[in-house]
Unconditional design. Structure first.
Length: 134
């Protein structure tokens, strides 16, 4: 099976030796996104709510570049430097996802790149393309 590298300028450029996402068959593995503004590569201004929203927007850009939508995400991992922000993640996540929700993990971590408070990665499964009979 071949792998396809997914890249979009609508999400932050990788700040290390990784791709924004990799598609293998109908599965897309999305790398962790932090709250960087893609155009400036600077952490979004504002509180934790602004950071969480920016992370979802960055994920959305990569999801769409891979040909999917949030309903195609089957697993979401959330990393927080303060688990007290978890209810806010749930609240904002509700603006991006509808039931049935993906499987999810929320992990408290000591630190994240660029001293941000939140990072998320995901696994997405795309429906096979329907091709007209010839």
């Amino acid at each position: 099976m071949t792998k396809e590298i997914i890249h979009t300028p609508k999400a932050p450029t990788a700040i290390g030796t990784y791709s924004q996402a990799v598609k293998v068959g109908q599965t897309v593995y999305l790398s962790g996104q932090i709250p960087l503004v893609p155009e400036t590569m600077i952490v979004v201004e504002g509180d934790i709510s602004a950071q969480i929203t920016q992370v979802f927007e960055n994920l959305k850009a990569v999801v769409e570049a891979a040909g999917g939508e949030f309903s195609d995400i089957v697993k979401l991992n959330v990393f927080l430097t303060d688990l007290a922000h978890f209810p806010l993640v749930n609240e904002i996540m509700g603006q991006y996802f509808q039931a049935p929700y993906p499987a999810r993990a929320a992990v408290g971590v000591a630190a994240l790149p660029k001293n941000v408070s939140v990072e998320m990665d995901a696994i997405m499964h795309l429906a096979p393309q329907d091709y007209p009979a010839s």
